[in-house]
Design a protein around this ligand. Structure first.
Ligand code: HEM
Ligand SMILES: CC/C=C\C[C@@H](/C=C/C=C\CCCCCCCC(=O)O)OO
Length: 467
């Protein structure tokens, strides 16, 4: 941020990187197996901005030195493309092989200043807008099929079935964009897509496995694409066979059809499916765990009153302020993607709430969002899940401090920034799914997470159909 209060720079950015290689390894082990990795350093240095190594790091990954940003004042510098570059920082201090993406550097890895960024971001936004009248009916149809499967599964002796968010997402995304439901005949499966996604982000993920397994296998060196090549080829074949309409949208943007195809796969299978299978379980889990008042009763009454005898559409959503606020509160307290990076393009002065630091061109900045969106300077009782937090005028004002999409919730993704082009789509479909759920069910209860990693499966321990 520009030094808009003319704060005096009184000290260097605190923190240290330790000995070459060893410092990075020790920080990586602490990040994955220690406690309060960021909080303890913040408290030790007396600063929400400090130097640290982020996973994965040397010797087999690039330099992992970063300057961490943990407050609402400093974090938005990551959105300021006059100060930082977002080129090749999508997954952090390393870039997965382009083997995973057909040999192309797909859109999320491009800096906004690269010519192809505007072409591919416009293409991505056209994919979403060209299907604007199909997302809701296809999502509701996919959810209905999911409920039927879920009800059937729950009638079996084993009552541990998790939410079916993944299969609902895969069904509605492929049916809408490719006019073909990929779950039919298991043409594509959640597992197959996750097998392709996982190696790309495994170096920065804690899969919950013992260190003796995940350190050598996942965090020390890149996982070669060849291991999942057959899975990716299956995805490519399906998108190639059914993606003619979607790929043709790239022509006006001057994008080669093969490059468009691999970007399309990334947009749908990594960006959208990957993101929704983190967000949707988190939403249901937070609502299931909430016990200050009967939130589910208030949500179902709000939804049913707003829909009345009509249909569930974007207009009806306008009558569901509690549901909308609940979705935003999940995006605040548990941003689906915790980490955002940006490399300083110029020397500049960075401010926190209380002091200023000199940043040098070339230094890597890293924002840890879960602490930023719990900043006590901005949010009252930041650690508390408050479903009503974003209701009313004050609630709407707070949205500028919700950063899950790599920009303020009040911002607009465009070719001039790196904010997620799926921002509004994600909030819309999540509100629709949640409202649709309460048109079919009265209440639900989820158990604790059975796996960790990018998405979680919460066993459903109670489910009451609509009376
Ligand atoms: C819950 C779902 C989603 C989450 C949590 C999410 C989150 C994000 C985040 C944090 C970034 C910035 C990454 C960075 O720092 O560089 C991003 C960028 C991006 N997202 Fe999403 N996203 C979601 C859904 C989507 C959807 C639905 C699409 C498209 C259909 C999409 C396409 C992209 C693209 C193309 C970029 C790069 C933007 C650019 O290069 O300007 N994402 N997303
Ligand atoms: C698994 C894909 C999740 C969301 C897709 C979304 C945004 C992705 C942004 C960065 C990719 C790196 C994700 C790895 C997560 C590692 C742990 C963490 O920092 O949360 O696409 O738009």
């Amino acid at each position: 941020m520009s030094n808009d209060r003319n704060l005096e720079v009184k000290r260097e950015v605190p923190g240290e990187y330790g000995a070459p290689i060893l410092g990075a390894v020790l920080d990586r082990l602490d990040r994955f197996y220690g406690k309060n990795f960021f909080e303890k350093r913040r408290d030790e240095y007396g600063s929400t901005v400090f130097r640290v190594n982020m996973p994965p790091g040397p010797p087999f990954f690039p330099d992992s030195k970063v300057i961490a940003l943990l407050d609402q004042k400093s974090f938005p510098v990551l959105f300021d493309l006059t100060k930082v570059s977002k080129k090749d920082v999508f997954t952090g201090t390393y870039v997965p092989s382009t083997g995973f993406t057909g040999g192309y550097r797909v859109l999320p890895y491009l800096g906004q200043e690269e010519p192809k960024h505007a072409q591919l971001k416009s293409y991505c936004m056209d994919i979403l807008s060209s299907n604007h009248d199909r997302w809701i009916p296809e999502l509701r149809a996919a959810a209905a099929a999911g409920y039927a499967e879920w009800d059937a599964e729950r009638n079996k002796p084993k009552k541990s079935g998790g939410l079916l968010g993944g299969i609902i997402a895969l069904r509605f995304l492929t049916k809408t964009v490719l006019d073909k439901d990929a779950t039919e005949g298991n043409a594509l499966t959640e597992t197959g897509i996750k097998l392709w996604t996982a190696p790309q982000i495994a170096p920065v993920l804690n899969a919950g496995l013992p260190a003796v397994i995940q350190e050598p296998l996942l965090h020390t060196a890149p996982i070669p694409f060849i291991i999942v090549a057959p899975e990716y080829q299956k995805i490519v074949r399906f998108f190639k066979a059914n993606g003619e309409r979607a790929v043709s949208l790239a022509v006006p943007h001057g994008i080669d059809p093969d490059e468009a195809l691999h970007n399309l796969i990334f947009f749908i299978c990594f960006n959208t499916f990957g993101g929704l299978t983190i967000l949707w379980p988190a939403l249901f889990k937070h609502v299931s765990d909430f016990n200050e008042f009967d939130l589910q009763a208030e949500l179902r009454e709000e939804v049913r009153r707003a829909v009345g005898g009509g249909g569930l559409d974007a207009a009806a959503l306008g009558g569901m302020p509690l549901l909308q606020s609940t979705v935003y509160e999940v995006l605040r307290i548990e941003p689906p993607v915790q980490s955002q990076y940006g490399r300083a393009k110029v020397d500049f002065v960075l401010e926190t709430h209380v002091e200023a630091f000199k940043i040098k061109a070339g230094e890597m900045l890293y924002g840890y969002q879960p602490l930023v969106t719990r900043d006590p300077v901005v949010f009252e009782e930041p650690e508390k899940f408050k479903p009503r937090r974003f209701m009313g005028e004050e609630g709407q004002r707070l949205l500028e401090h919700v950063f899950w999409s790599n920009g303020p919730e009040t911002g607009s993704p465009s070719v001039d920034n790196k904010q997620c082009p799926g921002k509004n789509f994600v909030v819309l479909v999540t509100r629709i799914l949640f409202a649709d759920f309460f048109l079919h069910y009265d209440s639900f209860k989820l158990g604790d997470v059975s796996i960790s990693g990018t998405s979680s499966v919460y066993p459903c321990t109670e489910l009451k159909k609509r009376a």
